[in-house]
Design a protein around this ligand. Structure first.
Ligand code: FES
Length: 269
């Protein structure tokens, strides 16, 4: 029970302090690291998506996820696993223009990334007990943040794209000389396994498989799936960061191998 008029806890406004914060620790470090991490990925992915080189290794049939699915006549021969229903694309349109907006939307509206960039980039608030620069709070009730509520639909799209990435990883075992296994296959497989971990650990996925049920006991299969997804869900933040790293590593490896900068390490030819 509040017995004194403490403006910091029981008043209608915040405590009026001249200093922005009284914290003396390095509270700014986590937001800074988050910003640098996200910016590094966005710049790398942005540049690579427009390069149109080094995305397909014709010898080992490695396709980078940044160019999947490749559906236009502009794709190099062999890289279009699902045909080329789209004609030539001008250079300013990424070859994976159909999947990239959905993947971007999936990550941008992700509950974990929201927390990360609301704190680090939007500074709302940057840390506990640190004043935010914004005078008003409107939540996610109007544009542009109301789009966050579409996360479930981005999840559906991301699920389909992860299936496509899985297909890319599997057909890569059938290279120019037939069946073979190289380091590139291992990297593609690990990347896609981690993408599944990230996708299936999504909060929307957890709701899709186990939400709106009144009695788990009457739906044992969905209860089991929900239990497994819930276990993954506790690691969602880790998967969010790890997959940014594996996406870059996978793309980089395909880029270097396909441009003959390095040779693929072969285990089975
Ligand atoms: Fe993070 Fe859905 S992908 S909550």
């Amino acid at each position: 029970m509040a017995t004194t008029a403490d403006p910091g806890t029981s008043g209608r406004t915040r405590a009026r302090l001249a200093a922005r914060t009284l914290r003396t620790d390095r509270w700014w470090l986590p937001p800074l690291v988050t910003t640098l991490g996200l910016a590094t990925f966005v710049i790398y992915a942005g540049v690579r998506s427009f390069m149109r080189t080094g995305y397909w290794d014709s010898e080992h049939h490695y396709l980078t996820p940044f160019y999947s699915p490749c559906l236009s006549d502009s794709c190099v021969p062999g890289s279009a696993h699902f045909g080329t229903p789209i004609g030539e694309l001008p250079g300013f349109i990424p070859l994976a223009f159909l999947s990239l907006p959905f993947l971007l939307g999936f990550r941008l509206t992700c509950y974990y990334y929201r927390k990360a960039y609301y704190r680090s980039i939007w500074l709302s608030p940057p840390a506990c007990a640190v004043t935010e620069p914004h005078s008003r709070y409107t939540g996610e009730t109007r544009l542009p943040l109301i789009v966050q509520n579409a996360h479930r639909y981005f999840f559906y799209a991301a699920f389909v794209i992860t299936v496509i990435n899985t297909y890319d990883a599997i057909v890569a075992f059938d290279g120019e000389q037939g069946f073979g296994i190289g380091l590139g296959n291992v990297i593609l497989l690990v990347n896609v396994a981690l993408l599944w971990c990230y996708t299936l650990s999504c909060h929307s996925c957890r709701h899709v498989v186990g939400g709106r049920l009144k009695h788990f006991s009457r739906n044992p299969v969905r209860y089991w799936i929900w239990t497994q997804v819930s276990k993954l869900n506790t690691r969602h933040m880790q998967f969010a960061w790890i997959t940014l790293g594996t996406l870059v590593l996978t793309d980089l490896y395909v880029w270097l191998v396909s441009t003959d900068v390095i040779a693929d390490l072969r285990f089975v030819n």
